[in-house]
Design a protein around this ligand. Sequence first.
Ligand code: SF4
Length: 347
Amino acid sequence: MTKQQQRMPGSDPLRDGAVLDVRGLTVEFPARGRNVRAVDNVSFTVGRGEIIGLVGESASGKSTLGLALMRMIPAPGVVSAGTIAFGGRDLASLPEAEMRELRGKALSLIVQDALATMNPVTTIEEQITEVIRDHGGDRSRKSLRARATEMLREVRLPNAEQSLNRYPHQLSGGMQQRVAIAEGLILGPELIIADEPTTALDVTVQAQILALLRDICDTRGTSIIFVTHDLATVAEICDRVMVMYAGRIVESGTVSAVFSKPAHPYTKALLSGLLPLSGEPPAELEALPGQPPRPDAWPTGCRFHPRCPLWRALGEPEICTTTDPEVDESDSHWAACHFADLEGAGR
Ligand code: SF4
């Protein structure tokens, strides 16, 4: 391991039997006559029943990464490099027809605005049972309705059977999100990509949905990649966390390791508004000065250097502006920083 691969003491090696194994994933979009990387050489694994928080500011690439795993990058963007090993196949190179078959069945996406993903002129029953029919499941009306009712009960939707006859706009935001989760779960996927699924909800409903997702992972063994800008949510339900900045993962590890001993200055800045894990987190994060760079204007060397307090405190060392810190590809606690704080981290 090089000095720049800052693996923390006491951390685990790469695990066997991961549900998802992503290596060198890169997503590019054409812009002004050249290809720009929105996600750049990202590698990680997800274990069975594990919830991984994917955090970072807007434009960090976290939502693009989630869409890339679903192979739903909007054209003309493309997954230009890397592999996505899932269920014995490489999703990055799978023919679209096979990928369509996997979506919903083996991996599903839950987004922030559940209402926007629903057909406003069909009932909840039709919305949910359509997912089963699309994948060639049992087509008997009675059994489909029974399955939909069972699923709505599982996501603890009040008056599940009556709700099947209602239209999306007749449900509250929290109920709509439960229906979206029911749709995402009904075919028993191994992996869910949840992109800010609770951001639009009030605090009480948010807590209920988070508890529901945690329960689903524990009882079904479903894995979740939880895309969020909210570190309090990560502390609440995630097992591990990956911090993204300018298209790359800059720090990764268990929630307890990263939150107790953050090693990257960006993670430290994000966490500086949070109290310890055992305390009550504040509603607002302390904002980091400056703006994240655009994908077509990433700084040379470490992409965080123009905003990095440690770089300035160290007298602006040249290596930060000329040499990109290497990333680790393991499940250990690591940070992509030439001067990562290794002292006592990960213990
Ligand atoms: S490599 Fe340099 S600029 Fe980048 S985070 Fe570390 S200290 Fe800051």
